[in-house]
Design a protein around this ligand. Structure first.
Ligand SMILES: Nc1ncnc2c1ncn2[C@@H]1O[C@H](COP(=O)(O)OP(=O)(O)O)[C@@H](O)[C@H]1O
Ligand SMILES: Cc1ncsc1CCOP(=O)(O)O
Length: 271
């Protein structure tokens, strides 16, 4: 597994994928800088009349509903259809789903009208999307949820590969669940960490379309970068910058030495 992750990271660095992000207004700049640091190329384009062309020129599409409007939702459908026609992977980030009826209905619409390749959300968002109960305050959960139970039930209900984040991260498809425990709590003190991760996952999927290995490599790379940054910075402002820098330089040795894949289950049996 570690060797495959290292190889996928090399593929990402070589491919320098162009990632079309239809994302929220809070995180656009951070996402663009994070993708550059990784070695990918960002483009943010939100005009309905041009998104199909932009998506078609891109290697992956990210749909993020963090500051969604009715118009932007329609634009996402146009871009998503263009991606589906060309087999371009789509990552969906259901920011704040469950916080309002509009977000919840929008998320359902995107899932029903588009073929989404992967959903990346925090534990509360994934629970909501799967119809499990989770209390939200803004874009964050108000309670601790048992990630392992949530991911098992969610993958069964949604039947789309999922990256579910929190203190522990889970990567799942219908056959496999992987649990990663790398990272830093400082990621929760800056805005846009999850949104950037969704775009990083898209860059990994653009380079390697495996349902489990590519997103696992993305989460491993991202959370190990956070660990390295947290060794340089204790406050959120310093961490923000240190993290961007660390995103450009996670090495094979870092992955070898730091990766914590605590548990892998395949078709329900652990090994
Ligand atoms: N308590 C925590 N400790 C360490 N890392 C965390 C913690 N909570 C979230 N993370 C990390 O922060 C990143 C964003 O996850 P999360 O905060 O769940 O997403 P979102 O920003 O969408 O709410 C992930 O890489 C995750 O591993
Ligand atoms: C604060 C906020 N409000 C609407 S979108 C957004 C950014 C959320 O980003 P993340 O969930 O990745 O921290």
């Amino acid at each position: 597994m570690k060797q495959s992750i290292i190889e996928i990271v090399d593929q990402v660095k070589q491919k320098q994928s162009l990632i079309h992000n239809i994302t929220n207004q809070v995180v656009m700049n951070f996402t663009a800088n994070g993708l550059y640091a990784l070695g990918a190329l960002p483009i943010m384009a939100h005009e309905r009349r041009e998104v199909a062309e932009i998506t078609t020129q891109s290697d992956a599409l990210v749909l993020n509903i963090g500051t969604l409007t009715e118009e932007l939702l329609e634009t996402m459908i146009v871009a998503g259809r263009a991606a589906n026609r060309k087999g371009i992977p789509i990552v969906f980030d259901p920011v704040g789903v469950g916080a309002t009826k509009f977000r919840t209905e929008a998320a359902r619409k995107l899932l029903s009208e588009l073929e989404i390749n992967l959903i990346r959300g925090n534990t509360a968002e994934i629970s909501h999307l799967a119809g499990l109960k989770a209390d939200m305050r803004g874009v964050d959960a108000t309670e601790q949820l048992d990630g392992e139970i949530v991911i098992r039930q969610s993958i069964e209900k949604l039947a789309i590969p999922i990256v579910m984040t929190g203190k522990t991260d889970f990567i799942a498809d219908q056959a496999t669940i992987i649990k990663l425990t790398n990272g830093s709590a400082l990621l929760t003190k800056i805005t846009g960490a999850g949104c950037l991760l969704s775009s990083v996952v898209a860059a990994f999927l653009a380079a390697n379309q495996s349902n489990i290995l590519a997103p696992t490599a993305a989460v491993a790379y991202f959370t190990i970068a956070a660990e390295k940054a947290a060794e340089q910075a204790t406050l959120s402002g310093q961490f923000h910058i240190a993290f961007l820098d660390a995103l450009s330089g996670v090495t094979a040795t870092d992955l070898e030495e730091r990766l914590q894949i605590e548990k892998v289950s395949v078709n329900g049996s652990e090994f």
